[in-house]
Design a protein around this ligand. Structure first.
Ligand SMILES: C[S@@+](CC[C@H](N)C(=O)[O-])C[C@H]1O[C@@H](n2cnc3c(N)ncnc32)[C@H](O)[C@@H]1O
Length: 279
């Protein structure tokens, strides 16, 4: 197989054993041994991202094919490491910064500004953290992060994702009702991505310290009318301008830095909101 077809502009998931990977691997590939991948498909990128699986044996190759088809990847190549010719080869253990997934886009776009304004990585809280992609991203930049999620399986996967990416993920099983068991004015960054529980929003504004940030990216009204159709009820999506109005009505003063709308590739509108607590 030629180097270009297999590795150019593709995510590369090397499912061989760690020792094989350390001995030699394709530059930029991410090692997720097959037995780990079978439990942790959330470590893979979204299905539209071109991906190459690198296996050691024919049996591993066939299992990767099954995974790619089950996950409905639109452009997946599976190959044996021994078949690869011409690809740039590296040696050594996996780099902790290498990953196949991306954190939420708003976080990616604004974190450098947030860090500059607060004087560097600090303390963050991720509400509804899921499998912890944003927490791992922040931890790897030097933040101290903890998160809550109400699904046991996701909490377990979040911990396993942390192990895979060589960082400690501090996540607890917690069902958000009306109250956060978190000291008010204690967080440098409060993060909420693709999660909404309206009755707790007002209290959420109390969590950042003066000078700290609130960062929310979530589906906007209109998502219910797209082909995907979810979230389908007003409890599940934000209204246009809702978060800015909430800040204006709050007794905690905020400067709204960003309240904009973007479209996902599936056509659903998203709100990107960033606000800084003033005092
Ligand atoms: C769509 S996922 C988003 C995960 C993550 N924030 C991300 O962007 O990848 C929403 C998460 O919120 C969690 N969740 C839903 N309702 C919750 C509640 N009442 N308390 C805590 N977590 C909740 C779900 O288990 C799920 O992991």
């Amino acid at each position: 197989m030629t180097e270009l077809r297999v590795v150019h502009n593709r995510k590369i998931c090397d499912v061989r054993q760690r020792e094989e990977y350390i001995a030699s691997h394709i530059a930029g590939s991410v090692n997720i041994p097959l037995e780990t991948l079978l439990r942790l498909t959330c470590a893979l990128p979204p299905r539209h991202v071109p991906i190459t699986f690198v296996a050691s044996t024919v049996a591993e190759h066939d299992t990767c094919r099954d995974i790619a088809s089950r996950m409905m990847f639109t452009d997946a190549i599976v190959c044996l490491f021994s078949e690869l010719a011409g690809a740039k080869i590296n040696h050594g253990p996996p780099l902790r910064s290498l990953r196949l997934w991306e954190p939420n886009e708003l976080l990616l776009d604004t974190i450098s500004t947030v860090e500059r304004n607060i004087g560097g990585p600090a303390a963050a809280f991720d509400m509804g953290c899921g499998t912890s992609r944003d927490m791992i991203f922040l931890e790897q930049r030097g933040w101290s992060v903890f998160g809550f999620d109400n699904r046991k399986k996701l909490v377990q996967q979040a911990v396993a994702m942390g192990n895979l990416h060589q960082c400690t993920v501090d996540v607890a099983l917690f069902q958000l009702k009306n109250h956060f068991p978190i000291q008010h004015a204690s967080m440098d960054l409060v993060l909420m991505s693709r999660f909404l529980y309206r009755p707790a929003l007002a209290e959420m504004l109390q969590l950042p310290r003066p000078g700290g940030y609130l960062m929310i990216s979530h589906f906007l009204e209109g998502c219910q009318d797209t082909e995907v159709g979810t979230p389908s009820t007003v409890e599940g999506y934000l209204l246009r301008g809702e978060l800015t109005r909430l800040c204006a009505a709050s007794d905690v003063p905020y400067e709204v830095c960003l309240d904009e709308e973007t479209l996902l590739s599936d056509g659903r509108p998203m709100c990107r909101f960033l606000a800084r607590r003033l005092s």
